[in-house]
Design a protein around this ligand. Structure first.
Ligand code: SAM
Length: 269
């Protein structure tokens, strides 16, 4: 995620939508799909994490901390925070929001000086190679420490584009079973995350409608400009096809069928 694409997405979330969190949130049942309710859902999600933490002060490593929103809230609640993200854009935002140590690397390469009481992976576990995850956790988390994972996983038998992001749930469970971690909390939050995808799909279809109205106007008004737009569309045909193929990624029904989104707490034995 340390790419220009990621930074553009970040700027869209923060500058256009006013969102600082980079996760799906946790929607109240029957909440209308609006930007205000998306913000509420993201606050609910943070609270669900806080409810699973030991009381402050505890030392917490926020792995894949994004812009630092969760760390900021936890610091204000009295926790000793450190952030980790491979994205260079997060260095400045973490310094500004949290002003606590920040590790600019992938978790797989993290070398801890001292051990933490808690390690949180909020929608970041999916990016971390499973064979490296447990050895690194063992170096940075205390015995009896807590590991929180909030993320989505791919169900068995799913293939193609829907299988591209997220660990396979069965493989993840197998890796946990072979480790020295015991799960003591597990909540399936899939249904409570789906409205975020509906919100994204809604945005995309509004954008498409605006573009097709613009094209219709150009077609009616200027033959030369209309030809130019058609040439541009032809040149961008591969990108357009890819966008079309990836549309399923923001389809909430497809997501529910292919993935399971879990809020889980583990203890290191
Ligand atoms: C979807 S964002 C989640 C951000 C934040 N935790 C939140 O919940 O809003 C994923 C985060 O994981 C980070 N990330 C990607 N690959 C990673 C890796 N191998 N190790 C640690 N973090 C990684 C990204 O840079 C980003 O900060």
């Amino acid at each position: 995620m340390s790419s220009k694409k990621d930074s553009r997405a970040l700027r869209f979330y923060s500058d256009v939508l006013g969102l600082e969190h980079l996760h799906y949130g946790l929607w109240d049942a029957d909440a209308e799909v609006t930007l205000a309710n998306l913000k509420t859902a993201q606050a609910n999600y943070q609270q669900a994490i806080i409810d699973l933490l030991p009381p402050p002060p505890a030392r917490i490593l926020d792995v894949g901390c994004g812009t630092g929103e969760l760390s900021k809230t936890l610091k204000a609640a009295g926790y000793e925070m450190e952030g980790l993200s491979p994205d260079v854009n997060h260095i400045a935002s973490y310094a500004e929001k949290v002003d606590r140590p920040f590790h600019n690397c992938i978790f797989e390469d993290f070398q801890a000086d001292t051990q933490f009481d808690v390690v949180i992976m909020s929608e970041s576990c999916q990016y971390i190679a499973l064979d490296k995850l447990f050895p690194v956790l063992a170096t940075c988390l205390k015995k009896n420490g807590i590991w929180l994972v909030v993320d989505y996983f791919v169900k068995d038998g799913v293939t193609g584009v829907m299988a591209k992001s997220g660990h396979t749930y069965t493989e993840f469970q197998r890796a946990v079973a072979a480790s020295d971690f015991i799960m003591d909390f597990d909540r399936d939050i899939t249904d409570a995350t789906l409205p975020t995808l509906d919100f994204a799909a809604n945005l995309v279809s509004r954008g498409e409608l605006a573009l097709s109205m613009l094209k219709q106007r150009i077609d009616q008004r200027s033959f030369a400009l209309s030809k130019l737009v058609n040439v541009i569309l032809w040149l961008a045909r591969k990108e357009v096809k890819k966008l079309d193929e990836n549309r399923i990624l923001i389809d909430s029904a497809a997501f529910k069928q292919a993935k399971t989104y879990r809020l889980m707490r583990f203890k290191r034995t």
